[in-house]
Design a protein around this ligand. Structure first.
Ligand code: DNO
Ligand code: MN
Length: 346
């Protein structure tokens, strides 16, 4: 396992200088943020990012994410150009030596929460999701925008975009995903890049939009859309784990045995009701997931890929990008490293 950390580039207050001081940190997960969605990432830009990371003694291990343009998810004729661009971006990333690319196939909205700064009992602030509140939210009001999103559409046009999805069923989304994979996986194979889809977060439909990467059955269907070792998943414990039907250690073992877990997101959540949850510290006792059992499963499958702590709470007065501060994620990394060391010595 390679411990990695997400970095949002030069504008991120959590700098590479800070990240490199986290014990056991070896890799960076990042992306290029100043290229419009759907356009090609040039080799120059990729090499520039890689150099910045390597100059600090870290490795650029994962690209998270190369966003998938909405026209691809919608299956519009204009997808052809965006798919060609995606392929070229993959070729360029491969040339730069990148081995893993994370992406998601969630229509319009990336991970979604009802509050970004809910105060937990210990005075820390966390991201929470309450189904009732989300149902009352109007996405068109602009009260739905998370600073940690991998946005897949340009500015404006949200209303039109939501309208375009009105007749898109789950089956349509499956078809559009299959069409996309059939084109990009052969390119990923040649470029030697493992593609790792991030599950939908939360793993159920929101605002009437279809969501399909939600459970074991659908993950199984996903990996069989194109049966290649390059067509794999980012196993995110916090995204899948908010549904008590998803047994995370079991998923790790099952998809790990098939060699399809290319990237691991490890974080804890506390289920607070039917379709409601709080993001907890990584510590097992603070949430609903057993971190020891999750890490044991990774150890048992001899997981050698990149892994990162996922979201953290805001603690010790830190402000900034909700979910992506320094302190709580660094504590998460250290905690996971501790469990891992103990497991390796057994
Ligand atoms: C959610 C997080 C997200 C994730 C994107 C991937 O669990 O890991 O920020 O990075 O949804 O596209
Ligand atoms: Mn995640």
């Amino acid at each position: 396992m390679d411990m990695t950390f997400r970095w949002y580039g030069d504008s991120d207050p959590v700098t590479l200088d800070k990240i490199r001081q986290i014990p056991g940190m070896v890799g960076i997960v990042s992306a290029i943020y100043d290229v419009p969605v759907g356009e090609v990432w040039t080799i120059e830009k990729i090499m520039e990012l890689k150099k910045k990371v390597e100059d600090k003694g870290l490795a650029l291990e994962v690209i998270e994410s190369v966003p998938v343009h909405e026209d691809i998810k919608l299956g519009l004729p204009t997808r052809a150009r965006y798919i060609e661009n995606y392929k070229q971006t993959l070729r360029n990333l491969g040339q730069a030596g990148i081995k893993v690319v994370c992406y998601n196939f969630m229509p319009v909205f990336d991970w979604t929460r009802s509050s970004l700064d809910y105060e937990l009992k210990d005075g820390s602030n966390s991201l929470i999701y309450e189904e009732e509140t989300v149902q009352k939210m109007n996405p068109l009001n602009g009260d739905l925008e998370l600073p940690g999103w991998d946005t897949s559409y340009g500015k404006g046009g949200l209303k039109g975009l939501l309208e375009q999805y009105q007749n898109v069923t789950e089956e349509n989304l499956w078809d559009n995903l299959k069409y996309f994979l059939k084109q990009i996986i052969p390119v990923a194979e040649i470029a030697d890049i493992k593609m790792a889809i991030h599950p939908d977060d939360p793993p159920w439909s929101i605002f009437g939009l279809p969501r399909i990467i939600t459970n074991k059955e659908n993950l199984e269907r996903f990996i069989n859309l194109v049966d290649s070792p390059y067509n794999g998943i980012t196993l995110c414990s916090g995204s899948l784990g908010v549904s008590s039907k998803n047994d995370i250690p079991e998923l790790v073992r099952y998809f790990g045995a098939k060699g399809r877990i290319h990237f691991a997101h490890v974080r804890n959540i506390k289920i607070t009701g039917e379709k409601s949850f709080e993001e907890a510290s990584h510590n097992s006792k603070d949430g609903s997931l057993d971190m020891y059992e999750i890490m044991k499963a990774y150890s048992d499958i001899n997981f050698e890929g990149p892994l990162r702590p996922d979201h953290g709470r805001m603690i010790w007065g830190e402000t900034g990008r909700p979910g992506y501060g320094l302190y709580d994620r660094a504590l998460g990394a250290t905690y996971i490293n501790g469990i891992w060391e103990a497991l390796q010595k057994k």
